[in-house]
Design a protein around this ligand. Structure first.
Ligand SMILES: *Cc1c(COP(=O)(O)O)cnc(C)c1O
Length: 344
């Protein structure tokens, strides 16, 4: 693949310099295994400080495991988890949440722009209350969503209200949480525990690490015995310092938010570039680091023939994702090529 000829996903990007540098620092000497090392302690403390909360922190390899294991910690096998119909847990985790929980069923709700509404949650909880139906116990929200939109604080609070009413726990899939914080210009706490989120899965991978996600239990009671759950699932890294050290690289000087703000700005530049093209329209409002464009099939084929990599998403829309490594020059080159691809 030629240099940065891709807008496929933020996980196509490499390791950002700060994460790389901290990997090298951790590699300077031998150290204790299984998270019993200073890097892991430091990364967890930095997360607690940044989130202004004495939460329980765990590190795992990837997002599917983070979501699946944390949701399993919030439910029993006869419970159900409410999510948006486009949620990654429903569409892209191969039944991982159900598997990790020994069967907690996902119930899919709806809402415009990839956002679950409080009404939809209410409808799913009250539709059935009999013993033959899995009892709703948790709701999971993706921030930023799968279609690159953002839940506002008010929307999060309204979900929390329904959750309180029906005894649901609130989980957040934060694969692009940093992009949401940067775009909303709020504190991480404002859109998590202060808005009623019990557990957050926070991605390092999509932000600029090689691999590694943090799970933050703001509701500490839910973290009981969680380390055993991780170990049993094969998610306890023996050389955990190589996950936690790069986290320190991301957290020091708020590099994670700088990476996210850069990716968001590149997406905004792409949005602005496309606004000048005839016949091009966005399928969803651009609010974070992804731009969804309703491009005709032929134009998409032409773009691919020019060497661009991107996903065709729900309903045939082309998805362009920016990351820490995206450059404004590549954004401009993409806009120019989309313009060419759209010409008759
Ligand atoms: C990327 C992503 C994940 C994590 O996926 P893994 O490939 O398992 O790391 C989770 N949720 C969303 C919304 C994602 O985009």
């Amino acid at each position: 693949m030629p240099q940065n000829e891709q807008f496929a996903s933020d996980n196509y990007s490499g390791i950002c310099p700060e994460a790389w540098d901290h990997m090298a620092q951790a590699n300077a000497r031998d150290d204790s295994a299984y998270g019993d090392d200073a890097w892991t302690q430091k990364a967890a403390d930095q997360l607690r400080e940044r989130f202004e909360c004495d939460c329980e922190v765990f590190f795992v390899f990837n997002g599917t495991a983070a979501n699946s294991l944390s949701l399993a910690a919030m439910t029993q096998s006869f419970h159900s988890v409410i999510c948006h119909e486009m949620a990654h847990v429903e569409t892209d985790e191969c039944g991982g949440p159900e598997y990790a929980s020994n069967g907690s069923k996902l119930l899919t709700g709806t809402g415009p722009n990839g956002k679950l509404t409080a009404e939809s949650v209410e409808e799913l909880v009250t539709r059935r209350t009999d013993i033959h139906y899995p009892k709703p116990r948790a709701v999971t929200l993706t921030q930023a969503t799968e279609v690159g939109t953002l839940y506002t604080v008010e929307e999060l609070r309204s979900i929390r209200e329904v959750a309180d009413h029906h005894g649901l726990r609130v989980h957040m899939d934060g694969a692009r949480f940093a992009n949401a914080v940067a775009a909303l210009d709020l504190q991480p706490a404002d859109i998590t525990w202060r808005a009623g989120v019990d557990v957050l899965c926070l991605s390092g991978t999509k932000n600029g690490m090689a691999s590694g996600e943090a799970i933050l239990f703001f509701n500490r009671a839910l973290a009981e015995d969680f380390e055993w759950r991780c170990k049993q699932a094969g998610q306890l890294a023996s050389k955990m310092r190589f996950i936690s050290a790069p986290w320190c690289g991301l957290l020091e000087n708020d590099v994670w938010l700088k990476n996210a703000a850069h990716a968001n700005a590149c997406a905004a530049r792409l949005e602005a570039g496309l606004a000048g093209l005839k016949g091009v329209r966005l399928s969803f409002p651009r609010q974070a680091n992804a731009v969804f464009v309703a491009l005709p099939e032929q134009a998409q084929a032409r773009l691919r023939a020019m060497g661009w990599h991107f996903y065709t998403f729900i309903g045939g829309t082309a998805r362009f994702v920016c990351s820490w490594s995206t450059t404004p020059a590549r954004v401009d080159a993409l806009v120019a090529d989309i313009s060419k691809a759209m010409a008759d």
